[in-house]
Design a binder for this molecule. Structure first.
Ligand SMILES: [Mg+2]
Length: 199
């Protein structure tokens, strides 16, 4: 029994905060974990910036609604879901991902959640568990599934290595160079073919 675990940002959809910074006209939101390695600190800072700009959940979701999945992502996902089970594992938040999931035909997404007041003001966030991608892959394996994983970034390496088959997809030159043992693909057609062979 197989299940494919896919990273979301950089694989199926653009990096949400970078696209959101452009779409909302708030360039400082481009700051990532490369600039602030403490994720908790970074998220609190981002939520502060959103509050300063008077952006609540409704405004954020309508901005994100203008962001599209990567070209070919929906077709890839549709085809893959006819072959096997698929779950998207992401460090994002359900509320941010929702408009993008609508455009992808509502695939299963396991990620984190925001806390919001009744008026839509974001008051905090809730991370599902530690090292969520690896933890989830291991949990699926404990249920009798063989996992096949693909992702583009450092936080995907654990789940890629822990899986029966694992692939880098649209990754950086640096990560590909540092991990020559991991097959790397840049098109959905090649990734789909690699997953087909691993099934
Ligand atoms: Mg990613």
């Amino acid at each position: 029994m197989n299940i494919v675990c896919l990273d979301m940002e950089g694989v199926l959809v653009p990096e949400i905060w970078i696209a959101f910074a452009a779409e909302s006209g708030i360039p400082e939101l481009k700051r990532t974990t490369r600039d602030e390695p403490d994720y908790d600190k970074l998220m609190h800072w981002r939520l502060g910036v959103l509050r300063e700009h008077g952006l609540g959940l409704r405004e954020i979701q309508s901005t994100i609604a203008n962001i599209d999945p990567l070209p070919g992502a929906k077709e890839f996902l549709d085809e893959l879901r006819t072959l096997t089970q698929v779950v998207i594992l992401s460090d994002t938040f359900e509320e941010f991902a929702k408009p993008l999931m609508a455009k992808l035909g509502w695939p299963t997404l396991l990620c984190n959640a925001l806390e919001a007041a009744p008026d839509g003001t974001i008051t905090g966030f809730h991370m599902r568990c530690e090292r969520s991608k690896l933890t989830t892959v291991k949990a699926l394996q404990s249920m009798g599934y063989d996992t096949i994983a693909a992702g583009d970034s450092y936080n995907d390496l654990d789940m890629i290595r822990a899986s029966k088959a694992g692939f880098l997809f649209r990754s950086t030159e640096q990560i590909k160079q540092d991990h020559p043992e991991l097959p790397a693909y840049d098109t959905f057609a090649d990734l789909l073919e690699a997953i087909r062979r691993a099934l």
